[in-house]
Write a protein that binds this ligand. Structure first.
Ligand code: ZN
Length: 190
């Protein structure tokens, strides 16, 4: 989540410079919301987890659908600047997730059972079956089945904010600095 946030700030500045636009808090929000929104599937997980066991990065983690949506918006509206902000946010989220534990359905709806991971912990690029993925999920998140909704929610947030690591902290500070400097150099049109 924090890495998605930092990456979306950098992407916002790069895309806005490329399109020659002035800074705007609204457009910045498009990129940030796009980078964070695929994780809204947490709400679905919270509702169904007692019935279907551990579920993570599913239901709305369909990169082709989100990217096609952003491209369709650009095509229909002609607003390729905002379409690019949204597409970059989505791409950042899904590429980052692909380095996580459980892989992403990059080829959904064409190959819904292929969970693609770009590699973490030396596992390298791999395509997981739903069965392999399920066993990894149980290993990683199985304890959540015995916890209530808020314990799971705060536990996930705590995971996110503790043990960030020096590199991530520097990346966060750098990305916020880049955005602040950009807003100073190219202030919003009044
Ligand atoms: Zn995600």
């Amino acid at each position: 989540m924090l890495i998605d946030l930092a990456s979306s700030l950098i992407a916002y500045v790069a895309i806005t410079l490329a399109f020659g636009e002035a800074a705007s808090a609204g457009n910045l929000a498009i990129g940030v919301v796009a980078a964070l929104s695929p994780d809204c599937d947490y709400a679905i997980y919270a509702c169904v987890r007692n019935k279907f066991a551990v579920i993570s990065h599913r239901f709305v983690h369909y990169p082709l659908a989100w990217l096609t949506g952003a491209l369709a918006f650009g095509y229909l509206s002609g607003d390729w600047y905002r379409a690019s902000l949204a597409a970059a946010g989505f791409a950042i989220h899904f590429v980052h997730d692909s380095y996580g534990w459980v892989g992403i359905q990059w080829l959904w709806p064409f190959m819904p059972k292929a969970y693609i991971s770009f590699g973490r912990g030396g596992r390298g690029f791999q395509i997981m079956t739903p069965e392999t993925r399920r066993s990894i999920l149980h290993y990683r998140y199985g304890h959540e089945l015995r916890q209530g909704f808020w314990d799971v929610f705060w536990g996930r947030l705590r995971d996110e904010f503790t043990n960030l690591g020096f590199t991530v902290e520097i990346y966060l500070i750098l990305s916020f600095t880049v955005v602040c400097v950009f807003f100073l150099l190219y202030p919003p049109a009044s």
